[in-house]
Design a protein around this ligand. Structure first.
Ligand SMILES: [Zn+2]
Length: 178
């Protein structure tokens, strides 16, 4: 199974659809649904965060993550919930997609951020050697401006901080460092 397939199956969006939670509106990377835990007639909006797959209702205080939400509503434990979600096809349809697009920055701005981002990266020795082994010449390596993507969390944070300090608003910029 592909990583994205697994991710989709365990995502809050899939869980929302499997549970037929009523979408109310979306804002940024949050989608608000009618809270299934609040008393009927007094239902608040439960916030589903599609970035970290969490849920939270301010009214009743219920909170947690996608698998837990599925488990709780189906009266099963997390392990069973996980198995069931993994076995079934993911249902990823949501109005949120449009909303996400609208918070996404214009392509021009995105490419500018990426350009700066790439400038901040170097190419480490290991990757340089790998490229040469693959048959890229020294000139090719410069021409295609190959870069090494940092692996450590603190390196990633540092780069984001530098970009923010350079005046970039990273809200709405898709993440390429996961
Ligand atoms: Zn609630």
């Amino acid at each position: 199974m592909e990583d994205t397939e697994i991710y989709n199956k365990l995502s809050i969006i899939n869980v929302k659809n499997k549970l037929n939670l009523e979408e109310r509106y979306a804002k940024g990377d949050n989608i608000y649904v009618t809270c299934p835990f609040c008393y009927e007639g007094n239902q608040s909006n439960m916030k589903l965060n599609v970035t970290n797959d969490s849920y939270y209702c301010r009214m009743c205080g219920e909170s947690g993550f996608a698998i837990g939400l599925y488990a709780k509503i189906k009266y099963i434990n997390n392990k069973v919930a996980y198995k069931r979600l993994i076995q079934e096809e993911a249902e990823m349809q949501t109005e949120l997609k449009e909303i996400r697009k609208s918070v996404r920055k214009q392509d021009e701005e995105i490419s500018l951020v990426y350009e700066y981002f790439l400038k901040m990266l170097g190419l480490n020795k290991k990757h340089y050697n790998m490229l040469q082994e693959l048959g890229f010449s020294k000139e090719d390596i410069v021409k295609y401006s190959f870069k090494s993507i940092p692996q450590r969390e603190n390196e990633k944070t540092e780069i984001c901080n530098k970009l923010i300090k350079s005046g970039f608003d990273l809200q709405g910029i898709p993440r390429i460092l996961s």
